[in-house]
Design a protein. Structure first.
Length: 146
C-alpha cells in the first residue's frame, strides 16, 4: 500500500514538472516573439522579480505562482490561459492527451501569426473539410465493426 502512494506521488510530481516546463517554455516563446524582443531582465522588472528568476521559470525549474503568472501575462500582452493550456477546447471536446494539447497549442500559435485574413479563412475551410472526412471515415469504420 505504501509503495502505491509513493508511485502516485511520483506521477503527480512528474506531471507538475511537465506543467512547469510547458508554462516556462510558453513564457519564453511569448517573450521572444515580442516586438521588440523583451529580455528576461525587462520582464523581471515588469513583474517584480530578477532576470535569473525569470530564467528559472522559463526552464521549468521553479513553479510560477498564480499571481506572478497574471503579471507576466499582462506584461507580455496575453492571458494566463495562454500559458496554462486550452481549457475551453478540452471542455468542449473531452479529454486530450498531453501531446494533443501541445499540438493544438502550437497550431493556435502558428495560426495567430498568419496576418492575412483570406489565408486564415482558406486554412479554416481546408481543416473543416479534412475534419469532416475524418469524422465520416471513423463513423463508417465503427458502423462496419458492429
Amino acid at each position: 500500500m505504501c509503495r502505491e502512494i509513493v508511485i502516485i506521488s511520483q506521477d503527480k510530481e512528474q506531471i507538475i514538472d511537465k506543467i512547469n516546463k510547458r508554462i516556462g517554455l510558453r513564457i519564453m516563446k511569448r517573450r521572444n516573439r515580442m516586438i521588440p524582443k523583451m529580455s528576461q531582465k525587462q520582464l523581471g522588472e515588469e513583474v517584480g522579480v530578477s532576470h535569473s528568476q525569470i530564467a528559472r521559470y522559463e526552464r521549468g525549474e521553479q513553479h510560477t505562482p498564480g499571481a506572478r503568472l497574471v503579471l507576466i501575462a499582462e506584461a507580455l500582452g496575453t492571458t494566463v490561459s495562454y500559458f496554462v493550456g486550452i481549457d475551453e477546447i478540452i471542455e468542449e471536446n473531452g479529454s486530450l492527451s498531453l501531446e494533443e494539447r501541445e499540438a493544438t497549442i502550437n497550431l493556435m500559435e502558428y495560426f495567430k501569426d498568419i496576418g492575412l485574413p483570406e489565408v486564415r479563412e482558406a486554412i479554416l475551410e481546408h481543416v473543416e473539410r479534412i475534419s469532416k472526412i475524418s469524422f465520416n471515415t471513423r463513423t463508417e469504420y465503427k458502423a462496419n465493426e458492429a
